[in-house]
Write a protein that binds this ligand. Structure first.
Ligand SMILES: Nc1ncnc2c1ncn2[C@@H]1O[C@H](COP(=O)(O)OP(=O)(O)OP(=O)(O)O)[C@@H](O)[C@H]1O
Ligand SMILES: *[C@@H]1O[C@H](CO)[C@@H](O)[C@H](O)[C@H]1NC(C)=O
Ligand SMILES: *[C@@H]1O[C@H](CO)[C@@H](O)[C@H](O)[C@H]1NC(C)=O
Length: 353
């Protein structure tokens, strides 16, 4: 957690302020270092921390709230005995989602909607178990026979409701360019995590339009992004030449990547057998659209957009191989955040640029 501020501190002060009196310059630099330190140690750096999260329990167990012990995932028996459904808070194609209560904790019980979709449901559960980390919603238990999954409840809901959340009086103070850029950094961190996951390179296929993408991610109360729905995460294996297709139906529209669209023209009817497979660069194509939504229209977000212009143009390269990796996008986003915080900390710098 403390590594990031140190490496940031070694960077030279902004070049744009040579005319300032040395004492003033020193004061400004000290001030911005302090601000940056506070910023990064105040939870913002946490999304960029390397290594396992100390608040995580060993695989197969979980902790709710600080200072508590790790409990094993709830079994079928414990779920049916100890979990009480309160009300429905969401429904997708695969799952009905209920706010529920377990030992005075608010939790979420997800149930399969239709037995035809059990393969998706079980794939999602398998992924949720294997990928537990700070990027993924916390698993509290499951019952394969009953097709139920128990996870942590996040009252702010999915990223789809970000506009509404940020317009609530309680969260108005979070509606700033740096909070919003931090969300975009979280989002790209998750894509980076999925592309380099312990299971290999996973593609987020539940992503054929912006609303769909946003509904797969939750906003935690401390304003971080978590991936929640892992039902459609096929594996790319480059060395084995294994590519993926996101479903068997034809995809259309500008939101999906060009290689996901039918390449043989209107005259040839769509045939999945003739549809070429593709790789994880489809996720990179979609980053600028998701980031644009996350950045919103607040004071400073256009300056952020300006700084992200080149990397976003690269994400939209027609040839997937020319698009950057999620890691490269993430590095650029972090550089922009650091740069803009530094500018914001030295009054007047922005006018000189
Ligand atoms: N832990 C949670 N806390 C709060 N809200 C949640 C939680 N889990 C799910 N939801 C809400 O329920 C919605 C549907 O959940 P989920 O994406 O898991 O269902 P799904 O059937 O797999 O969806 P899809 O149709 O995308 O496959 C989410 O978009 C979110 O709004
Ligand atoms: C990718 O394929 C190679 C060769 O078949 C195999 O050895 C490797 O385990 C695969 N990797 C993953 C992550 O599945
Ligand atoms: C969210 O708000 C932005 C403006 O801040 C607007 O452009 C966008 O369309 C809104 N999106 C949704 C899904 O309501």
């Amino acid at each position: 957690m403390e590594k990031k501020p140190h490496s940031v501190r070694r960077e030279p002060p902004p070049r744009e302020v040579p005319a300032l009196a040395p004492a003033l310059l020193l004061a400004a630099v000290l001030f911005l270092n302090g601000l940056l330190y506070l910023y990064l140690s105040n939870g913002h750096g946490s999304s960029e921390r390397a290594g396992p999260d100390p608040s995580l329990c060993p695989l197969g167990s979980f902790r709710l709230g600080a200072g508590k012990n790790c409990s094993p995932w709830l079994s079928c028996e414990a779920i049916s005995k100890e979990v009480r459904k309160l009300k429905r808070v969401g429904e997708g194609a695969v799952k009905k989602v209920f706010l529920s209560e377990w030992k005075e904790n608010k939790v979420v019980l997800s149930q399969l909607t239709s037995l035809e979709l059990q393969d998706d449901f079980l794939h999602g559960l398998k992924m949720l178990r294997a990928l537990q980390s700070k990027h993924v919603v916390r698993l509290l238990g499951y019952c394969e026979q009953q097709f139920t999954i128990l996870t942590e409840y996040h009252p702010l809901g999915s990223l789809r409701g970000l506009n509404e959340t940020l317009s609530m009086p309680r969260y108005k103070g979070f509606n700033t360019w740096h909070r919003r850029l931090a969300l975009a950094i979280d989002y790209v961190s998750i894509i980076r995590f999925l592309h380099g996951s312990p299971l290999g390179t996973l593609v987020m296929c539940d992503s054929n339009d912006l609303a769909k993408v946003l509904s797969q991610y939750l906003l935690s109360s401390d304003f971080h992004v978590l991936v929640n729905d892992l039902d459609a995460l096929p594996l790319v294996n480059r060395s084995a030449g294994v590519l993926v297709k996101c479903g068997r139906r034809e995809l259309r529209g500008e939101f999906v990547a060009p290689e996901q669209r039918w390449p043989h023209g209107e005259e040839v009817p769509f045939d999945d057998d003739l549809m070429p497979a593709y790789d994880e660069k489809t996720d990179i194509w979609k980053i600028p659209d998701v980031a644009n939504f996350l950045l919103g229209h607040v004071e400073g977000s256009d300056i952020v957009r300006l700084h992200l212009f080149d990397i976003h143009a690269a994400c939209k390269k027609k040839d997937p191989a020319e698009r950057p990796s999620a890691q490269e996008v993430l590095d650029t986003y972090r550089k922009v955040l650091t740069l803009l915080i530094r500018e914001a900390a030295v009054p007047g710098t922005r006018e000189m640029l």
